[in-house]
Ligand binder design. Structure first.
Ligand code: SIN
Ligand code: FE2
Length: 226
């Protein structure tokens, strides 16, 4: 972890609980925003749809081209799903584990992603890929850019569910300073435009038990990949 390049952790990171911050739009870059609690009103429809997707395409741990098993377990829905193995990172139309097409993106997923994009002033977002990440305590995502998508003019819409996490939002070089942002259940981060290729990552998840999702954090990342 590149802790030495990070700004110090803000104490009291989780003191702001969702009810007091819900509805707030926090700019974190020129074209990057945290939409606090934006997904909360959608969850009654979204969580059952997520469960169905996970039945058809369960979480699995994937291997990076460098041979490391990712601590985050992944799956996808939508026309394209992001995968990694020893041969590299790529989008595929089929789940390599089942040989079946990835599950269809539920309508409620697409509607939420589009509403969040619009709220962050990105018009006409048409996601064709939803990567679903599961973090258990200790799991983390190291700094990276999302750059396997064909169209880099579309934003990224990233929905946080379950346990809180610390999101790192950096610059255009891996070594650039990172902001550290606490993401809670229902928060959405949207970045695009001039910020589309900014490095980002997630620090190791802390132990905890979320009332709705238990001992995990689930992240939905919507992209236009094809
Ligand atoms: C990702 O960059 O794919 C995941 C980000 C997150 O889990 O918040
Ligand atoms: Fe990413």
């Amino acid at each position: 972890m590149m802790r030495s390049n990070d700004t110090p952790v803000t104490l009291d990171l989780f003191a702001d609980q969702a009810p007091t911050t819900s509805g707030r739009i926090e700019p974190i870059g020129q074209q990057s925003f945290v939409l606090r609690g934006f997904a909360l009103p959608w969850l009654e429809r979204l969580l059952p749809a997520l469960e169905k997707v996970l039945q058809a395409a369960p979480f699995r741990q994937m291997v990076t081209p460098g041979g490391f098993t990712m601590s985050v377990a992944l799956t996808s829905c939508g026309a394209l799903g992001w995968t990694t193995d020893r041969r590299g990172y790529r989008y595929t139309a089929h789940d390599p584990q089942s040989g079946q097409p990835w599950p269809e993106m539920p309508g409620v997923f697409r509607e939420l992603a589009q509403a969040a994009a619009r709220h962050a002033r990105f018009e006409g977002f048409e996601p064709d890929a939803c990567l679903i990440n599961r973090y258990v305590p200790g799991a983390r995502m190291s700094l990276h850019q999302d750059k396997d998508e064909r169209a880099l003019d579309a934003p990224i819409v990233s929905v946080s569910l379950g346990l809180p996490a610390v999101f790192q939002f950096g610059g255009f070089e891996r070594g650039d300073k990172c902001q550290r942002i606490a993401l809670l259940h229902g928060d959405i981060v949207v970045w695009g435009g001039v910020d589309r290729l900014r490095y980002h990552g997630v620090l190791a998840l802390k132990e905890g038990l979320h009332p709705a999702l238990g001992a995990q954090r689930i992240n939905l990342t919507f992209r236009t990949a094809g």
